[in-house]
Design a protein around this ligand. Sequence first.
Ligand SMILES: C[S@@+](CC[C@H](N)C(=O)[O-])C[C@H]1O[C@@H](n2cnc3c(N)ncnc32)[C@H](O)[C@@H]1O
Length: 262
Amino acid sequence: MAWPHLPPEITVLPGTDVDGAWERFEVFEALHHGMRICNPMTGADLDVVLDALTPRADDTWLDIACGHGELLVRGAERADIRGVGVDLSPWVLVRSIESAAERSASGRLSWRLGDAHDLDKNERFDIVTCLGASWIWHGFAGTARAQVDRAGPGGRLAIGDLRLRSDANAALIAETYGTVLTANDQERILEGLGLSVVERIDAGSSGWDGYQQRIMESAETWAERNPGPKAADYLEQQRQWKRDHDRDREILDWTVWVAKRP
Ligand SMILES: C[S@@+](CC[C@H](N)C(=O)[O-])C[C@H]1O[C@@H](n2cnc3c(N)ncnc32)[C@H](O)[C@@H]1O
C-alpha cells in the first residue's frame, strides 16, 4: 500500500517505523479525521485549560500525543510560544501542520513523529501537556511523572485522563474491575510529585456526546470516501467503540488537571 507523502516539516524520531505508523493509525484517522479535539472536551473547556496554562511569549511547550494539534495551535494563537507536538500517527501530524497554516498563530510550532515514551528526558519545557494518552507511561501516575521530568522549575502541566465518577461505588468497582483512580487519587498523585493544582476541568455530558457524534460522523464520511471491506470494518469498530464507551460512561468521567511545579 502506498501511504501519503510525509511533509518535510515533520521530524522523525530515531527508530520510528514510518510505514508501520501510517498503517497502524489508519483506523484512528478514519474515526477522528473530521474533528479538531480528539477527546471529550468542548472548545470552551479547552480554552479554560489554556487560561490556566497562561502561555507567554518564548515559552517552550511540549504537547505529548498532540493529535490534530488543536491545543498547541490555540496556544500559538495566544502567544509567541515555541511549541513541539509529538505523536505516533503521521495522519494527525499532517492535519496539525495544515491547521497551523490555516490559522493566524504567532507562535512557532514544530512536529515530531514517534513514540513519546522514547522522548529525551533531558529536554526541558515551560509547559508539558498530555491529553488523552496516559497509557504511554502506563497510566496517570507514570504519565504525570514523565511530564514533571520534562518540565523545568516553575513549569506548567496539563494532564487529561479518565477517572472514576464521583457517584460511583468505589469499593464495589474495585471488587469487580480492580482499582480505578478517583479525582481525589489523581489530585494526591499530582501533589505527591510536588505540584500545586491550578485548575480542574471535568468533561460534561455534552462533551462526551459531542465526541461520540464526531467519531460517528468521521467513520461514516471515511466510509463514503473509501468504500470497501476496510470501511465496513472501521464502521463496526466505531459501533463497538460507542457500545464500550456508553458502558464506561456509567462509571467513568474525564478530567483535565492543570498544575504547576514550584
Ligand atoms: C485520544 S487522542 C488525543 C489527541 C490530543 N491530545 C487531543 O486531546 O486532541 C490520542 C493520541 O495519542 C496518539 N498516540 C498513541 N500512542 C502514542 C505514543 N506511544 N506516542 C505518541 N503518541 C501516541 C494517537 O496517535 C492520538 O493522536
